[in-house]
Design a protein around this ligand. Structure first.
Ligand code: NAD
Ligand code: 6OD
Length: 484
């Protein structure tokens, strides 16, 4: 059986022991993965540091950008390989991975290659106390070695979202993909080789979090910054781990995102948009809406329409073009989501649809499929309304005024995303400004211009990435003052 190895200093190397890579659609083992040792993490960090002293540290921005475009070319050339690997690891429908995950990986490299060439910085003419003049200008330098830790829900998309700007800024990276989805990070190493990225610039280590690859990387004194996407409580553990070496962190964490549907919305567009917002990627997108607030006059109609959408989803095999709902990532994650389905019943929710596990009568029964589920009737204080579930599930509640809707939407420790559905654009602007989140959509969802800031408030994260925000995070600013 195939073994997915660590990639250190331009070579694939085995680790200390192997763990299984499982296909969530049927529960079969598709590969073994080599877990890295602490010594190898040290080697990876040293290789990354060494690369900064070599060709990678000497080439100019134009050449760096050209090589990043070549990485994008190499991803596009191997599109089918990436697609098959991502689908096997995640179980996500081919229609989704082919439209979103793989194209976005290539786009991440192209966007940051172009942005770094255009990146300008401020300069100030300053009067000195004695009547002279000075010129202040800032320049960006690479931070050094960046540790990148990513989750399993959009594996290649989220990995490249960090690797591309980090490399564009002249850094080298050590990446730790999720133990659930190691395959595409390894394939990316091959694309890096094709594109002429020097050895040591891109390193991949496989393993788990505590006392494994993740922790070895975060506490390593040779790593200059950590960028992490994952659960809020993992972010808290990483903060502790980086504290002794005082590394900058960028955190994209969990969410319990709200949608507000006004009676004046374009009804069908809102139902279609929110069907995506709740069920896309089986609800395993940090931006998914798990709380929907609907103006009372259209509440029943909306619940009925979303129910129909949920019941028409097709939980097929991932490679079937008609499939639009894949399995959850793992047996363990399905247990977690089911525990919330049970909790909703205990909390006296009204079950509108779903609430269980489908029975296919074929090999999918060995996978981790789950029914798309809608609840109503919970109080705002219920745990199912407060806690991130990360599955194909939402709770729908009615509201009577704009103020009440805003208050309920904002009543969360998270603050990642919100969406507002109204045909009154004035109201759209007004309500959007009141959302305590990092990103608010009006009449759309998950529409991403890669140049815009991305990140969350509260438990949803620290800092922003995207466009110049990424370039700032992955660089050290040196303000130079010259007496004229
Ligand atoms: P997770 O936090 O369990 O794992 C993410 C990564 O962190 C994995 O690679 C894991 O091995 C590693 N890790 C775990 N413990 C660690 C530790 N102590 N030290 C270092 N590394 C450690 O998250 P997940 O289950 O893979 O992903 C789902 C979560 O990610 C959800 O909460 C979701 O909302 C969040 N997420 C957020 C965003 C965002 O942009 N805000 C995007 C995607 C996913
Ligand atoms: O679109 C992105 O760049 C991004 N970071 C999306 C995050 C999705 C979370 O699951």
């Amino acid at each position: 059986m195939k073994v997915i190895q660590n990639y250190i200093d331009g070579r694939f190397v085995p680790g200390k022991r192997e763990f299984a890579d499982i296909n969530p659609a049927n529960g079969t083992v598709i590969a073994h993965v080599s877990e890295v040792t602490e010594v190898q993490v040290d080697e990876a960090v040293n290789a990354a540091r060494g690369a900064l002293q070599g060709e990678w540290g000497r080439i100019g921005i134009r050449e760096r950008a050209a090589r990043l475009h070549r990485v994008a070319d190499a991803i596009e050339k191997r599109f089918d390989c990436f697609l098959q690997a991502e689908i096997a690891d995640t179980g996500k429908p081919v229609s989704l991975a082919a439209k979103l995950d793989i194209p976005r990986a290539a786009a991440n490299f192209r966007v940051f290659a172009d942005l770094i060439k255009m990146n300008g910085l401020e300069a100030f003419h300053t009067e000195t106390p004695h009547g002279g003049n000075a010129l202040n200008y800032a320049m960006l330098k690479p931070l050094g070695v960046i540790g990148i830790i990513t989750p399993w829900n959009l594996p290649l998309l989220l990995l490249t979202w960090k690797v591309a700007p980090a490399l564009a800024c002249g850094n080298s990276v050590v990446v730790k993909p999720s133990e659930e989805t190691p395959a595409t990070a390894a394939l990316l190493a091959e694309a890096m080789q094709d594109a002429g990225i020097p050895k040591g610039v891109y390193n991949v280590i496989h393993g788990f979090g505590p006392d494994s690859a993740g922790e070895f990387l975060t506490r390593h004194s040779g790593v200059n910054a950590i960028t992490f996407t994952g659960e809020s409580r993992t972010g808290a553990a990483i903060m502790k781990s980086v504290a002794p070496t005082v590394k900058p962190v960028s955190f994209e964490l969990g969410g319990k995102n709200a949608a507000i549907v006004f009676a004046d919305c374009e009804f069908d567009a809102a139902v279609n948009g929110l069907s995506d917002a709740v069920f896309l990627n089986t609800g395993q997108v940090c931006l998914c809406a798990e709380r929907i607030y609907v103006e009372r006059s259209i509440f029943d109609q909306f619940v009925e329409a979303l129910k129909k959408k949920a019941e028409n989803l097709n939980s097929g095999w991932p490679l079937d073009q008609e499939t639009n709902l894949g399995p959850l990532i793992s047996a363990q994650h399905r247990e977690k989501v089911i525990s919330y389905y049970k909790l909703a019943t205990e909390e006296r929710a009204t079950l509108i649809t779903g609430g269980g596990v489908p029975d296919f009568g074929d090999d999918r029964d060995n996978g981790f499929y789950i029914q798309p589920t809608i609840y109503t009737g919970l109080p705002e204080s219920a745990r199912c309304v407060k806690e991130e579930i990360f599955g194909p599930v939402c709770h729908i509640a009615p509201f009577d005024s704009d103020e009440e809707a805003v208050a309920m939407a904002n009543d969360s420790k998270y603050g990642l995303a919100a969406s507002i559905w109204t045909s009154n654009l004035k109201r759209g602007h007004r309500v959007a400004r009141q959302m305590n989140v990092g990103i608010t959509w009006v009449n759309c969802w998950f529409l991403r211009d890669l140049r815009t800031p991305f990140g969350g408030a509260g438990l949803s994260g620290i800092g922003r990435e995207g466009g110049r925000h990424s370039l700032n995070f992955y660089s050290e600013l040196n303000n130079i003052c010259i007496q004229l």
